[in-house]
Design a binder for this molecule. Sequence first.
Ligand code: SF4
Length: 126
Amino acid sequence: MEIRNLTCISCPMGCPITVEMEGNEIISVTGNTCKRGEVYARKEVTNPTRIVTSTVKVKNGTADMVSVKTKEDIPKGKIFDCVKALKDVEVSAPVHIGDVIVSDAAGTGVDIVATKNVDRSSYLAH
Ligand code: SF4
């Protein structure tokens, strides 16, 4: 019997959850206050995934950086590769929310998109 202790990240309450496992089989999930916690815990012990957020450089924009995130959850083991893939990325303004910054990030099949707008700098518009 293996015991996994987790903290639910599905809402700010952060309930401590205990999952009892026998091999790959989940025997029980306790400590969650709501159903979302159980869903999170079951996924976390079988197929842990995360949304990755970061920032990339912007050229000729009203801001030097723009925030980005993976469009969907990616496997936890790919987070480092995804962050690495963003390290040297530089985009040119304007950038719009939802613009694809990196497609198929680190071979996950998931795109990284902008989560903010950055206009072109007015100094460059004239
Ligand atoms: S179990 Fe429910 S109440 Fe507790 S942190 Fe998770 S989502 Fe929030």
